[in-house]
Design a binder for this molecule. Structure first.
Ligand code: FE2
Length: 284
């Protein structure tokens, strides 16, 4: 399934694999002024390529390595012949794609091998200059693209929602919070999110997300300082694990968010809550 919404300067694509007519998981990617930002999942490849062939695409920029964002780099190069730009770590993954967990293979598909060139500090199109901002946390190679005149932020999977509780294995909450803090300082106005699409009130949304995770981290630190077993912390703070931990074959779960907080426990302050964005010093 592929639909598109025209916001004038920006074309938003919404893609999902469907089974029995029902979408499994939505992914968004965007076209602006000759630039395609992310490429959608491999399972929707034929629809995506047919749609992209009608557009004057000059280049592609990738936010991070996950196959719902990189999944059509190869067919885009093959059929459109345009360059792909990505973080050096993303380039390594595209050159030698790893096996993906079964749940991701079902939702998005296997990542085909593709070539890409390294991103610079900016991406320049006819009318815009996009700043390339490192925003690690969701993945180590995650970047966002900020257009300062319109205060657009193309943020891949940096946002995803305000009250998300749970991580893929390997996500880093301290890096993610530092990335959110750095991005909030840019004062973006509109988010272009890989899961939710175009969203207004960017600073307010990002700040609420920051504060929600910060408060969880501080609550965990309080309990960890009191030597409460982590299994009990998972139950008290996170409400226990969800069925998706088992569906994902132990690749996505609330425990990975808890693990990341524990790994970064000194980042948080026991018992502290944030009513507004303050958070830890960025050099902590
Ligand atoms: Fe992702």
């Amino acid at each position: 399934m592929l639909t598109k919404t025209d916001y004038g300067d920006i074309l938003e694509f919404k893609a999902a694999r469907t089974i029995m007519g029902r979408p499994l998981y939505y992914n968004y990617f965007f076209f602006v002024d000759g630039l395609l930002i992310d490429t959608g999942p491999p399972h929707v490849s034929s629809e995506i390529i047919a749609a992209l062939k009608k557009l004057p695409i000059e280049k592609v920029a990738i936010t991070h390595q996950h196959e719902d964002h990189t999944g059509n780099c190869y067919p885009i190069q093959k059929y459109l012949g345009v360059p792909v730009y990505a973080h050096p770590e993303t380039i390594k993954v595209l050159a030698n794609p790893p096996a993906v967990p079964v749940y991701r293979k079902i939702m998005w598909g296997n990542l085909p091998r593709a070539e890409a060139s390294p991103l610079g500090n900016t991406i320049i199109t006819s009318s815009y200059t996009f700043q390339v901002i490192n925003t690690p946390g969701h993945s180590a190679d995650h970047v966002s693209f900020f257009e300062p005149q319109n205060r657009w932020l193309f943020c891949g999977d940096l946002y995803l929602g305000e009250k998300l509780i749970g991580f893929m294995f390997g996500e880093n909450i301290a890096e993610h919070l530092r990335s959110l803090q750095n991005i909030i300082l840019l004062k973006p106005q509109t988010l272009f999110c890989g899961l939710k699409g175009r969203l207004d009130n960017a600073v307010e949304r990002l700040t609420r997300k920051y504060n929600f995770w910060w408060d969880i981290g501080c609550r965990v630190r309080e309990l960890d300082d009191a030597n409460i077993p982590h299994k009990q912390i998972l139950s008290k703070v996170f409400g226990g694990e969800t069925i998706f931990y088992y569906i994902s074959q132990s690749n996505w779960g609330r425990r990975f968010m808890l693990d990341s907080i524990i790994d970064n426990i000194t980042f948080f302050e026991a018992g502290q809550k944030k009513g507004s964005l303050a958070g830890p010093d960025s050099n902590r």
